[in-house]
Design a protein around this ligand. Sequence first.
Ligand code: GLU
Ligand code: MG
Length: 466
Amino acid sequence: MTTLADPVPGGRPGDVERAGALSGELSGRGVHGIVLAYVDTAGVARVKTVPTAKLASAAAWGVGMSPVFDTFLANDSIVTTDVLGSPDGDLRLYPDLDRLVELAGQPGWAWAPVDRITQEGERHPGCSRTFLRRTVRDAAERHGLTFRAAIEIEWSVARPPGPDGAFVPAVTGPAYGATRQVELSDCAAELLAALARQGVEVDQFHPEYAAGQFELSVAALDPVAAADHSVLVRQTIRAVAQRHGLAVSFAPAVLGQGVGNGGHVHLSAWRDGLNLHAGGDRRHGMRPQAESFVAGVLAHLPALTAVTAPSPASGLRLRPSQWAGVFTAWGRETREAGLRVVTGTAGHRDQAANLEVKPVDLAANPYLALGCLIAAGLDGVASDARLPEEITGDPALLGAEEAAARGVRRLPPLGEAVEEFRTDQVLRAALGPVLADAVIAVRQGELDAVAGLDDDQVAAAYRWRY
Ligand code: GLU
Ligand code: MG
């Protein structure tokens, strides 16, 4: 389990000794530097690094970094809120030693996600990992619920881009094709080996639908660990690909048209070691709290989109009939509804049953996305919410009247999603004013940055940013 306690100046009990021992071991194995990783509000993974010998000092006193990155846009320009975006101030980055791993795809380096606290030792209200840790902790304390989560990763493999930044797929075989698996054979085998060495349990790896596209899914973990793995796995995919002379993009859409890269979230609520999505008497075996949890996520889905599909490029992916789940609807094993209720195979349901949330991509900050999804679900639990009628088939084929009668709505474009987020008191209260305002300011900044651009230009603007 992930440490849910906040960092403290001087180090959490035992951390400094542990970091000292780790740093000796890592140095002995030829690890020279530690990557300290976090994700900004725009969804860009950012880092600082320290020499391995400084790990104990980082565990005790953190590593300095400006809070300005909370309002960075994906193009590295900066917007402001009432409290963020100024050149003033400093934060301390604290590595989570429980999640520190030697990077198999980057010899000489280890990696750890960080929590950020103020110089006074207080929680930084803009820290997305702290937000998720606290959301998970509160759910356990207040509702007796724990969660398991996994984030799927889809990405495009390309020839290294030239000055024009064009996307040239590095493989040519058909969707899900054996040819494409052969084309990426050495790189993919090295990737699986690297992830295994890093303790990441991979469930599946396969060629996907779009040109040059692949997908990897990992085993479910506690939500904080799942978000950490999402960041770590992408770092590893990129590093291994680069060693094979290949470039990768996790952008929601690398082209203006066609199927995009998703980052579907799998989430299940548990109580006392029991999966609430199986063995119950509600639809498809859900227990009452699981149904209410799913209903809560469904009710907040349009506003959640501002967090789970946060880039102007996300809108290029969120098109009907491309399995991106762009409707406020749910169904068992349907790939066009926003929410897919996964029951798992008979005999394995107590472990496998979960909720898959589809309108999520990898421009999303995984800590914000998981924290907001859990907050939305808990809102449903608090009000004993019930699910509407189930959808089968493609909701895009429903007539306008029937869709309206059944509450099936296409998810709004980013600008409208931000407006829904702005008035969503549940999500705003969960995030707190600093993070909520950062989300709004950064989304507005991204929208301003692409004003007047057509779909191809939007895809090009974000193609190599994620
Ligand atoms: N590429 C699709 C998306 O953008 C998902 C395909 C799948 O279901 O794996 O969400
Ligand atoms: Mg897929």
